[in-house]
Ligand binder design. Sequence first.
Ligand code: NAP
Ligand code: ZN
Ligand code: ZN
Length: 347
Amino acid sequence: MIATKAYAAQNKNSGLAPWNFERRDVGPRDVQFDILYCGVCHSDLHQIKDEWGGAIFPMVPGHEIVGRVVKVGSEVKKFKVGDLAGTGCLVDSCRQCDNCQHGLEQYCTNGHSQTYNGLEQDHKTPTYGGYSNTIVVHEDFVLSVSEKLDLAAVAPLLCAGITTYSPLRHWKVGKGHKLGVVGLGGLGHMAVKFGVAFGAEVTVLSTSSKKEADAKKLGAHKFLVTSDKEQMKAAAGTFDFLLDTVSAEHDLNAYLALLKTDGVHICVGVPPEAAKVHAFSLVPGRKSLVGSMIGGLPETQEMLDFCAEHNIVSDIELVNMKDINTAYDRMLKGDVRYRFVIDMATL
Ligand code: NAP
Ligand code: ZN
Ligand code: ZN
C-alpha cells in the first residue's frame, strides 16, 4: 500500500483538516502520479457539507487533478514515468453498459466510480480525491496533458472545462447562436471561453455588475445583470441557449423567459434545492430544459487537446492547502476569479 497525505472532511460540519490514508499498490494497468495541482470545484463544497446526500466520510475532495507520473504497471501502454497526467471526476466505470461502450462513462448505468465520495468497482472500497499528494488510477481513466500550457491553470479543465465543453458540443452551439452563460464562476468562465472559441455570441448573466469588466476580458460580447428587472425584460426572447452554472437556488422561470422559440436551457449547476418550473415557462415557446454531467473519457481528452491547440486554460488563483477553508468561504460568496487551484507542494 502507498502511504498518502491528504486533507479530508470527517463529517459534514468539520471542514477540511490534514488526514493520512493508504492508496492501493500500482496494479498492471495502473498509473501512479504525484499530484502537483488540484482545482477547487463548488461540487467539493456541496459534497463535504453533504448537501446532495449520501456522503462517504472521511472525504478527500478534489477532481481537477494534474501531476507527473512516478510509476506505471507492467501492462500500461499510454504513459511512462515523467509524463504529465490528469484525472477528472471519474476513476472507473463498468465498461460494459451501452453508455460505457460509447465513451459516456459519466452516464454508466451500472454506477461509475467517481474520483472521491464514491466507491471503486468492487462497490465497497471508498475513493479518495486530489487534495492529496499522490493517486493511483487505471490508465483508461488517466488523461494526457500537454507540456505547452501552464499546468496549474490546466487543472480546472478536468471538471469545469469538460462540464461546459461537453454540452456546448452536444447541442452544437456555435456560429449564429446567442449563448447566455448564467453565473460567472469556475464553470461559467470556462463556458465563456469555449462559447467564444466555438463562434457563438456570448452574454454573461451575472447577479451584479461587479464582474462586467472581467467578462469582457474573458471574451464575452455582452453582459446582463440579472437583478436588474429592466435589463431582464429587454432580453426576453433573445437567447438560443442558456448554460446555467448556478450553484444556489434561483428562479428558472425568470431565465426561461429569456429564450427564443425552441431555445434550450442547459443545467450544469446543481443547487441542493429542487427547482420549481411552471409548464407555462416551457410550453408557449416549445422550450427545452435539459441537463448535462461532466463528460466521458474520449471527450475529456478531445477537450484537453482542443485547449492545447487553442491555448485555452482557466483563470486561476493559486492557494496553499492550509487556506482551503477560507477559499471555500470565498467561493460561497462568489468571490473567486475564477478558479482556486491548490498548490500541492504546500500540503
Ligand atoms: P462557483 O465558481 O461557485 O460559481 C457559481 C456561480 O453561480 C457564482 O460565481 C455566481 O455567479 C452564481 N451564483 C451563486 N449563487 C447564485 C444565486 N443565488 N443566484 C444566481 N446566481 C448565483 O461554482 P462552480 O464550481 O462553477 O460550480 C457551479 C455549479 O455547477 C455547482 O452547483 C457545482 O456543483 C456544479 N457542477 C456540476 C457539474 C456537472 O457535471 N453538471 C460539474 C461541476 C460542477 P455571479 O457572481 O456571476 O452571479
Ligand atoms: Zn467539479
Ligand atoms: Zn457502464
